[in-house]
Design a binder for this molecule. Sequence first.
Ligand SMILES: *[C@@H]1O[C@H](CO)[C@@H](O)[C@H](O)[C@H]1NC(C)=O
Ligand SMILES: *[C@@H]1O[C@H](CO)[C@@H](O)[C@H](O)[C@H]1NC(C)=O
Ligand SMILES: *[C@@H]1O[C@H](CO)[C@@H](O)[C@H](O)[C@H]1NC(C)=O
Ligand SMILES: *[C@@H]1O[C@H](CO)[C@@H](O)[C@H](O)[C@H]1NC(C)=O
Ligand SMILES: *[C@@H]1O[C@H](CO)[C@@H](O)[C@H](O)[C@H]1NC(C)=O
Ligand SMILES: *[C@@H]1O[C@H](CO)[C@@H](O)[C@H](O)[C@H]1NC(C)=O
Ligand SMILES: *[C@@H]1O[C@H](CO)[C@@H](O)[C@H](O)[C@H]1NC(C)=O
Ligand SMILES: *[C@@H]1O[C@H](CO)[C@@H](O)[C@H](O)[C@H]1NC(C)=O
Ligand SMILES: *[C@@H]1O[C@H](CO)[C@@H](O)[C@H](O)[C@H]1NC(C)=O
Ligand SMILES: *[C@@H]1O[C@H](CO)[C@@H](O)[C@H](O)[C@H]1NC(C)=O
Length: 541
Amino acid sequence: MAWTSALLLLLSASAESQAIHPRPPRKPSIISVDSKAPSDAGIPLEAFVSYSIEFSSFPDFAGNASHPNTFSNNLLNNLGNLTGTKPYIRVGGNTQDYAVFNSSLLDLATIGIVDPAKSPDYPTTLTFGPKYFQSYHTWPDVKFVHGFNLGRNSTAARNALIESVSYACEALAGRLLYWELGNEPDLYSTSSQGAVRPPNWNERWYVHQWLHWTRAIRKAMEKSCPGLASEKEYKYYAPSFANTDATLDPLITWQDGIDKDKDIAVITTHNYISGAEVPGVTLQGTLMNHSSTVESIRPQLNESRLLSALPDRLNPGLPFIMGETNSLYNQGRPGLSNTFGATLWGVDFNLWCATNSIQRVHMHQGTNYRYQAWQPIETNITSKGTKAPYYGSIAVAAFMGDIVTEAPSIVNLPLADEQESAYAAYVDGKLDRVIVINMMEYNATKPNKYINHYPRPVERYEFQLPESCAGKADVQWLMANGSDAITGVTYDGYSYNYELENGMPVRLQNVTRGQTVPVAENGKMWVDVPRSSAAIVRLRK
Ligand SMILES: *[C@@H]1O[C@H](CO)[C@@H](O)[C@H](O)[C@H]1NC(C)=O
Ligand SMILES: *[C@@H]1O[C@H](CO)[C@@H](O)[C@H](O)[C@H]1NC(C)=O
Ligand SMILES: *[C@@H]1O[C@H](CO)[C@@H](O)[C@H](O)[C@H]1NC(C)=O
Ligand SMILES: *[C@@H]1O[C@H](CO)[C@@H](O)[C@H](O)[C@H]1NC(C)=O
Ligand SMILES: *[C@@H]1O[C@H](CO)[C@@H](O)[C@H](O)[C@H]1NC(C)=O
Ligand SMILES: *[C@@H]1O[C@H](CO)[C@@H](O)[C@H](O)[C@H]1NC(C)=O
Ligand SMILES: *[C@@H]1O[C@H](CO)[C@@H](O)[C@H](O)[C@H]1NC(C)=O
Ligand SMILES: *[C@@H]1O[C@H](CO)[C@@H](O)[C@H](O)[C@H]1NC(C)=O
Ligand SMILES: *[C@@H]1O[C@H](CO)[C@@H](O)[C@H](O)[C@H]1NC(C)=O
Ligand SMILES: *[C@@H]1O[C@H](CO)[C@@H](O)[C@H](O)[C@H]1NC(C)=O
């Protein structure tokens, strides 16, 4: 080729690439991965990939004795097959503190009244009867956290709580992980849906009530389920604070002796990156943005650090977990929380938690919620089915591997750009796999900036791995047509969609899988990752 035409080609290529890459050019760098995990690497607990299900929606998700929800169960099995344990299910959320038990409600599991002025998404008046507890029996080998009501403070509601105890403990025997009392009590005096405590609500008062009611519940349990009321078995997830400029400070709560009775097993906190109605929230700026995730969890990490520094008397080194979380509070925003972009956010968010010793993450969901991992039943708002965010749970579970046999050590691999992230997993002291999450937005259906249609750009990620990794590596893709896609998501060529095999894995013939990349003798390796996708690279032993 003559030099002029080569130059022309080069010029046109660079002109084109400027048009195609309107974002600031990414700084390519070599991602260097140590042969051993640092001593402060994150180590997940069993069932790291877990869920929180809205109290009022639980019968929809689980079904009941005559109609167990097998679709939900299949989705939970898929995750259990990857990590060695089916997800733990926390049954709670806002409606946990609205739910009042009525033992005379015999024909229905729940009666809820939705007040659209408070929330169009869930009932803010809720009665549940003995049949509700059937839903704890439909998923084999799943452990639950049952959320008791602390919010409602009328005498009738407090009596109803105690009356519910025998039903709860009988239903949960053999299935119980822990109990919980109250959801986000740090918001009780400020809740936009109606305060349930006066403005002078404070840590001391909360601790007093928490101790009073956990003792009363235990007393009731001693009668109906003495085994579960023993010192060893009677344990809680607490304090489940929302942690957003709230009125109660977790540190003071612990200093005030919330764990006086030594019945807290796990410290739980909640987090939402932002809110569904918050102005300026975008997929790229808020969710597909590693810096935004880092910023968002900073207060929780501060909390975790301060709590772990407390004397043993106040905190005997309890694990710290995310007991409820998802993308955008107020149940998510359509076009954001239900997209493949949110799936990629979920992977980065979960792994950032894991890296920072937040040892389990319960992704929250409810019927018709925009950020749900799946819709368990058909409604006139949302069709029954596996939703894009579920595939984020699958990818995280695949990256964690079998935690029961050997918990991995998870570390973040810092990258230059906020629209990308990478992590490494070490197993048995050795580097086992890495993941790259390319969060640069690429629309599948909506126009992309500057040019309507351009081929999906690919970024190259170059690694310097330990020389011992030389050989071949297997690549598994978390893929969809683009960040705005809400269907057509796959992990490693598999679909878990409802309409295929009721949520069981189905290999799709039109999606690439089985790709390998070479790892050179000197440990150099690269992988080309399309925008808005993620790759898990498994090093061969
Ligand atoms: C996944 O786990 C379930 C329940 O343990 C089991 O029935 C099923 O066969 C497993 N599926 C695969 C693909 O391993
Ligand atoms: C409990 O439910 C029964 C039957 O539905 C109803 O008659 C009764 O009023 C309820 N009790 C309370 C306290 O709401
Ligand atoms: C069990 O679930 C089915 C299907 O949703 C429903 O029709 C039935 O009323 C439920 N039974 C109870 C006791 O709630
Ligand atoms: C009970 O809740 C109401 C708000 O619903 C509040 O005004 C009242 O002070 C509370 N009482 C107690 C004892 O917490
Ligand atoms: C990403 O998040 C960070 C931290 O919240 C923020 O400063 C930055 O502006 C965000 N990026 C975009 C493109 O919005
Ligand atoms: C960390 O938490 C303490 C106690 O809750 C609080 O006073 C402090 O402002 C927090 N610091 C940061 C950086 O969030
Ligand atoms: C949708 O279903 C709900 C409850 O099942 C019902 O109350 C509502 O009227 C229905 N809306 C429409 C538009 O059909
Ligand atoms: C994708 O589409 C959304 C909505 O139209 C738009 O805001 C965004 O900028 C687009 N992304 C790109 C990379 O062009
Ligand atoms: C993804 O893109 C392919 C190729 O353009 C197309 O055939 C397929 O229908 C798309 N899938 C979805 C779910 O839009
Ligand atoms: C692959 O095939 C499935 C159904 O057979 C279709 O829904 C999906 O859009 C296809 N995906 C691509 C990327 O073409």
